[in-house]
Write a protein of this length. Structure first.
Length: 99
C-alpha cells in the first residue's frame, strides 16, 4: 500500500543515517543462523550489512573491513538477534587476501 511504502522509506532512511561506515585494517567475519520465524529481522541484517559495505561469502556468512558501529550492536540486542550472530575479527589474513 502507499502508506506501507511511506513507512518503509522512513525506516530505511533512519537506518542509513544512524550508522557511520568507518573502514579498519582488520577484516570481520559475521556468520549468523537466524530462525525462519525471524525472517524479517534476517533480511534487515543482510541489508544493513550491505550498507556497512560487508560482502556475502555465503548466504549467512559476511566479510568486511568496516568498524562495527555501537548503534548496530544495540539494534541487534534490542531486536533479540545477538544469540544468533557471531562476530570474528581477523588479525592475520592468511588466504583472505585472495578475496
Amino acid at each position: 500500500t502507499v502508506k506501507g511504502l511511506e513507512k518503509l522509506k522512513h525506516f530505511q532512511n533512519r537506518r542509513k543515517n544512524r550508522y557511520l561506515v568507518t573502514k579498519e585494517q582488520t577484516h570481520k567475519i559475521i556468520p549468523f543462523d537466524i530462525p525462519e520465524t525471524l525472517k524479517n529481522k534476517r533480511e534487515w541484517l543482510r541489508e544493513t550489512l550491505r550498507f556497512l559495505e560487508f560482502r556475502m561469502l555465503q548466504r549467512s556468512v559476511w566479510i568486511g573491513t568496516s568498524a562495527i558501529p555501537e548503534e548496530f550492536m544495540l539494534d541487534l540486542r534490542d531486536g533479540g538477534l545477538l544469540e544468533y550472530i557471531h562476530i570474528f575479527e581477523i588479525s592475520a589474513r592468511g588466504t583472505i587476501e585472495k578475496l
